[in-house]
Design a protein around this ligand. Structure first.
Ligand code: SF4
Length: 415
């Protein structure tokens, strides 16, 4: 079957036909393997085939570029060199070491998986696909990567890069955003693995996707499989893979406060579950519908409505009376499904009942709030919202894990 025969790629017969094309598959696998063994990059997780090292690297590399991962990986392996070290570490230390990499549930799941390895497998990652697949945070891609790279077992490891390469090489026109396409490509990839070379072959596929068959501009002229690449022969190398766009992240407008007292800033720890779980942050509130107009280019920065939302939100949640005084900066942070647009104010903490009309940013109408005892600068206390609050100095930033957006804000504040 040629590229011309594959009009839509929607037919399962396409995949069936490929698995029957022994020559094309053999060519692809042999050329790719030979190329990888000559050209592979010298990356720190390729030092040996220790399954723990492979596991950590594969988790870090999800959604993150190799260049970004390398320094994090080196520091992480130095601090947590074994499954045992990771399993026994305080979670806050693990999050701190992960700080800046994003997608923090990866770090929490990795540690939970390490605990499972300690409890169920005596601290040794088993050479067993089912057992590895059952570890927390390990999906089909990661289990395939660990089993093939560490144990040389013939399991496919199919991520977005691999789907792109195989869609192009075999000229497949199924939507790779669909789970059913991934399943089909996993089956196809399993048939391509050469005997006794699963680890190198899977890494070769990943390497080809990273270095040559790049998303926007595939370097076909230097590609080891260009001769028989059906996507290229059909002139579709830049059209493939077909991928429907994910929904754009929804906007959330937020107001945050830097409350300083005696050189220390008030922060709180996020809840145990959910987005950025257990990381530290500045107090902030979600602004009501319509807040986007307050962020418009011409809108004034210090708006009474926003000040009042911040005052009310923090008072109701934590029984703290936060008085925004001056606008400091606007910033934003994009998660996979949410886009935070955040306005940050310098603020004071009241210690007695105050009128909103009396604060630096006057509200539209006066209102009174009861104020909780704000405690001393060293105190850690639990707000009405159940969150832990504390006062920190600049040096505490080295110990507590913060999401990037707050590192940026506090970095600017403290410079
Ligand atoms: S020839 Fe081009 S499109 Fe085909 S696999 Fe190689 S880089 Fe990708």
């Amino acid at each position: 079957m040629t590229a011309g025969d594959r009009q839509t790629g929607r037919n399962d017969d396409v995949y069936m036909a490929i698995t029957e094309q022994r020559d094309a598959r053999t060519y692809f696998s042999a050329e790719l393997l030979a190329w990888y063994r000559l050209q592979k990059r010298d990356l720190p997780w390729r030092l040996n085939r220790d399954p723990y090292r492979v596991w950590v690297s594969e988790i870090m590399l999800q959604q993150t570029r190799v260049d970004t991962v390398i320094p994090y990986y080196l520091a992480f392996m130095e601090q947590f060199p074994t499954v045992k070290a990771l399993a026994e570490a305080p979670e806050e230390e693990v999050l701190k070491r992960w700080e800046g990499l994003g997608y923090y549930s990866r770090a929490r799941n990795l540690q939970a998986g390490a605990k499972m390895v300690m409890e169920s497998y005596g601290g040794v990652i088993p050479d067993d696909h089912e057992a590895v697949s059952g570890l927390k945070g390990v999906g089909p891609y990661t289990s395939g990567a660990v089993m093939s790279i560490a144990f040389n077992r013939p399991y496919p490891a199919v991520d977005g890069n691999v789907m792109r390469v195989l869609s192009r090489y075999f000229c497949l026109e199924d939507d790779i955003a669909k789970p059913s396409t991934r399943v089909k490509i996993e089956k196809l990839a399993a048939t391509l693995i050469p005997d006794g070379a699963a680890g190198d072959f899977n890494q070769g596929l990943m390497e080809l996707g990273a270095l040559i068959c790049a998303p926007k501009s595939p370097g076909c002229l230097t590609c080891p499989v260009m001769e028989q690449c059906e996507g290229r022969l059909a002139g579709k190398e830049t059209v493939l893979p077909i991928k429907t766009k994910a929904k754009a992240p929804r906007d959330e407008y937020r107001a945050a406060a830097i409350v300083e007292r005696e050189g220390r800033v008030l922060v709180r720890r996020r809840p145990d579950t959910g987005l950025l779980a257990q990381m530290w942050e500045l107090p902030h509130v979600l602004l009501p519908a319509g807040a986007e107009t307050m962020f418009g280019g011409d809108a004034v920065k210090e708006q009474p409505g926003m000040a009042e939302a911040l005052i009310r939100g923090t008072e109701e949640a934590a029984a703290l009376f936060i008085r925004p005084m001056d606008w400091l900066l606007d910033t934003e942070h994009v998660f996979s499904h949410i886009h935070w647009r955040m306005r940050v104010f310098l603020a004071e903490l009241g210690t007695s009942t105050l009128s909103v009309a009396g604060v630096g940013m006057a509200a539209e109408s006066p209102a009174s709030y009861s104020v909780a005892d704000a405690s001393g600068p060293d105190a850690e206390f639990v707000g009405k919202d159940g969150l832990t609050y504390r006062w920190i100095g600049k040096s505490d930033m080295e110990k507590l894990p913060f999401p990037n957006v707050f590192i940026r804000i506090l970095g600017q504040y403290w410079t």
